[in-house]
Design a protein around this ligand. Structure first.
Ligand code: AMP
Ligand code: MN
Ligand code: MN
Ligand code: MN
Length: 282
């Protein structure tokens, strides 16, 4: 079992716990090195770092940037970033800026499908209103009795081709990696298995093209062990990491008790062929 977790969320994005609560939970579950990686926002890092210091736990500044590459939405995790680096701060501000309008359009689409008032409902679940996203919609739609859980809301309403799905233009891959590296951080391609599943997913050829481009731009690591991968995918992506000379990362992608595929900590070991990204985090 690994005692580090390099991908999780607080209520600064779409997690349910405060940054300090995330650190407490990780600590109590045996995590020794933790990165908080909120979507498109670094506002939780100070609180999390302060709590980690009290617990004498190693903390890594992180972020998870939303990217549009070709027709795909990708997530790029930045580890050991400098949250004060201006191009990163401005870049994240620009990525966040479209979220409210997108949420209003999602709400209009859902109203057309017969479910009204979803924006007002969802915004109550967004602790940070600038970071409203699909997870907040999903939580509200569960509360309002439209589906039994968050997962079902996504499948029924919030993914490509469903009534509440609104296409959106996020950061470019070049910009996201540039901001991360410019700030002194390490760029990690998050949960690659997710891009190869479901409607409009990428095939192996496109995944290879992505990994070539990601590496050329300075991307250093691939998330091999994550809450959304099966054990078969750990092996599959360990092989991609080896082929493309990338380091391997590992994180739960925890969002809240009872909601995530995996809780923090006690993550399975990386396959033996992997070189852990931990080696390059000081
Ligand atoms: P957004 O950035 O608003 O598009 O929301 C993306 C977030 O939605 C992801 O980070 C996950 O937390 C969540 N998500 C995406 N797809 C699913 C799914 N199929 N089931 C549950 N949560 C999902
Ligand atoms: Mn999320
Ligand atoms: Mn993600
Ligand atoms: Mn995530």
């Amino acid at each position: 079992m690994l005692d580090y977790d390099l991908h999780c969320h607080s209520n600064v994005s779409d997690g349910t716990l405060t940054p300090a609560e995330v650190v407490d939970r990780a600590y109590s579950r045996g995590v020794k090195v933790l990165a908080l990686t909120d979507h498109d926002d670094v506002d939780g890092l100070d609180e999390a770092r302060a709590r980690a210091r009290e617990l004498d736990m190693k903390f890594v500044n992180g972020v998870e940037i939303s990217v549009t590459w070709r027709k795909h939405t990708l997530h790029i995790v930045g580890l050991d970033i400098d949250p004060e680096y201006e191009p990163l701060k401005n870049g994240l501000l620009s990525v966040r800026s479209g979220r409210t309008e997108r949420a209003m359009r999602m709400s209009e689409e859902l109203a057309r499908a017969g479910i009204g008032g979803v924006y007002q409902g969802a915004v109550k679940f967004a602790h940070n209103p600038n970071m409203i996203g699909r997870t907040h919609f999903a939580r509200y739609l569960v509360e309002a009795g439209h589906c039994k859980d968050v997962k079902s809301v996504f499948n029924r309403y919030l993914v490509t081709g469903k009534p509440g799905y609104v296409p959106h233009q996020w950061a470019t891959l070049t910009d996201a990696i540039g901001w991360i590296i410019g700030s002194g951080g390490i760029a990690v391609l998050a949960h690659p298995g997710r891009y190869m599943a479901g409607k409009n997913s990428m095939g192996k050829k496109t995944m290879r093209e992505l990994l070539v481009e990601f590496s050329t731009l300075g991307g250093r690591a691939l998330e091999v062990v994550t809450g959304s991968h099966t054990p078969e995918q750990y092996i599959e992506f360990a092989r991609y990491a080896e082929e493309f000379n990338l380091l391997s990362s590992c994180g739960s992608d925890f969002h809240g008790p009872g909601e995530s595929h995996r809780d923090m900590g006690r993550l399975p070991d990386l396959p033996l062929i992997c070189k852990s990204v931990l080696q390059v985090l000081q």
